[in-house]
Design a protein around this ligand. Structure first.
Ligand SMILES: Cc1cc2nc3c(=O)[nH]c(=O)nc-3n(C[C@H](O)[C@H](O)[C@H](O)COP(=O)(O)OP(=O)(O)OC[C@H]3O[C@@H](n4cnc5c(N)ncnc54)[C@H](O)[C@@H]3O)c2cc1C
Length: 247
């Protein structure tokens, strides 16, 4: 059941170019949160709409989000300091389904954070992640700690293999048997990863990060076509079976 809570910030860190992490002490939220769910964060008094940010990790009572500065809301968030209070609504959305066997988690850019918790909660996981360049690379040590292997690609070749993450996914699916591919990232990346998984006959679930209004299914801002019907990313998603998304 989603709740609105005022939570103290226990850690605020710069991670990479324009990318920050914030950890809050949120026992009730942490207890309920599932990998792939998100929180809707009130970003200052000036902004009416909360901003949706995926849950990156839950460790005891601590809940961490990782975000990139895009506009006014995330800029405000990046200036939050330890000891300040953050107003969170969550946990929201459905999250990734749990598979008993080995999964391949796939993240692109700022879609990597929710894949950390997803990998951590899996019975067994490998990861393929892609970034624009080394400057935006995040959470690699964390993923290495919870995954059997972590393959990295970058658009400019400054870290890992030059190219897109879907090429790494194709190689991983050819080399190893997986129960599922679980992915989060930009829509074109998700579409390619879904196609690669489909041709390898592996179930694939994708987290869609559409622009969002209310976060609880009351408005239609985040509508997305799935199986020929409009669905709310915030309430019915953000995770959908890739085969059902009308790409
Ligand atoms: C379910 C969900 C989970 C998300 N998880 C994360 C996360 O873990 N980390 C993270 O950094 N971001 C995440 N996002 C995106 C994040 O919500 C937006 O970047 C943020 O709301 C932008 O707010 P702003 O006030 O800074 O920028 P705004 O002034 O609102 O917008 C600035 C720019 O960002 C673009 N933008 C706004 N919302 C989105 C969006 N949802 N997707 C893509 N572009 C957007 C706008 O079109 C505009 O160009 C998530 C979004 C959703 C829907």
């Amino acid at each position: 059941m989603p709740m609105t809570l005022n939570c103290p910030v226990t850690e605020a860190q710069w991670l990479a170019e324009d990318i920050f992490s914030i950890t809050v002490d949120a026992p009730k939220l942490a207890q309920q949160a599932k990998p792939g769910q998100f929180v809707n964060i009130k970003c200052g008094e000036g902004l009416l709409l909360r901003r949706p940010i995926s849950i990156c990790s839950v460790e005891g009572d601590a809940l961490t989000v990782v975000f990139q500065v895009k506009g006014e809301g995330t800029r405000w968030l990046s200036q939050c300091q330890t000891g300040e209070m953050l107003d969170l609504l969550g946990p929201l959305g459905n999250g990734f389904p749990h598979f008993p066997g080995r999964v391949l988690v796939v993240g692109g850019g700022i879609g990597v954070p929710p894949m950390y918790d997803t990998a951590k909660s899996a019975t067994s996981a490998d990861a393929c992640v892609g970034f624009r360049s080394e400057k935006q690379a995040i959470l690699l040590d964390e993923l290495k700690a919870v995954c059997g292997s972590v393959a990295v690609a970058s658009d400019d070749g400054s870290i890992g293999r030059r190219g897109f993450v879907d090429a790494l996914v194709k190689e991983s699916l050819a080399a190893q048997t997986y129960d599922a591919v679980l992915a989060c990232g930009p829509r074109p990346m998700l579409k390619s990863v879904a196609a690669v998984a489909a041709s390898a006959n592996v179930p694939c679930y994708v987290s869609m990060e559409e622009r969002m209004g209310c976060g609880v299914g009351a408005c239609l801002v985040c509508a997305c076509s799935v199986g020929g019907h409009y669905r709310h990313v915030c309430k019915d998603g953000p995770v959908f079976a890739a085969g059902e998304v009308d790409w």
